[in-house]
Design a protein around this ligand. Structure first.
Ligand code: CA
Ligand code: CA
Length: 203
């Protein structure tokens, strides 16, 4: 009986190991950004990150202070997580954008993920996540938000095809006012990031 039990436990361990591999895809940090630079001095109007990171004067926001962007994928979804000093929502309405470029660093950042959070200045009742392909009309596709993680169905765009490369990632955090997108507006880009490193989908 004891022998049978040991065999059973051994089998369970193997199953757990196999399940762990498929349940937790490897996460890659594609962007790192300093803390304390959500002060609105980051490329006002464009948010493209070309002006760099400025930690003075002191910032006034922790929720829109970007720290990193992490990416992973499995066979079904792409997962993009924005880490900030404090997770949204904030008192003020906020928004976050992560852009990828299917054409390389000099392209047009067609693949745009955006999340908008309720707060003062907007009339959202719940977080809104969306994907837009600005090179293909830009019509928003609803994306599920799991906390600060975009859960993007890979079938939503050919940019997420098997072994595709998402190039030149760049992120922005902003104050979001108005109504449900696209009716609202990014009032001020409080933090932006420099261009990060490419991400190759692993399946
Ligand atoms: Ca930052
Ligand atoms: Ca920054």
């Amino acid at each position: 009986m004891k022998r049978a039990c040991s065999l059973f436990i051994g089998t369970c361990v193997l199953w757990a190991a196999a399940a762990g591999v498929s349940a937790a895809p490897k996460v890659t940090t594609v962007i790192e950004d300093p803390a304390e630079d959500a002060n609105g001095l980051n490329d006002q109007g464009t948010g493209d990150g070309s002006n760099g990171d400025h930690v003075t004067p002191a910032d006034a926001s922790t929720v829109t202070d970007l720290l990193s962007i992490d990416v992973s994928n499995d066979a079904k979804n792409l997962y993009v997580t924005f880490e900030t000093q404090t997770a949204p929502p904030a008192t003020q309405g906020t928004g976050f954008r992560v852009r990828f470029n299917p054409d390389g660093a000099a392209g047009s950042h067609c693949i745009v993920l955006e999340a908008f959070y309720p707060g003062a200045g907007n009339d959202l009742a719940a977080p809104v996540g969306q994907l837009r392909d600005t090179c293909a009309g830009g019509d928003p596709v609803a994306v599920k938000m799991l906390g600060p993680t975009f859960v993007v169905p890979r079938k939503a765009n050919k940019a997420f095809a098997k072994k595709a490369v998402l190039k030149a990632p760049q992120a922005q955090a902003f104050v979001y006012v108005g109504s449900t997108p696209p009716a609202g507006a990014a009032l001020i880009h409080t933090d932006t990031t420099k261009i990060g490193k490419n991400y190759k989908l692993v399946k």
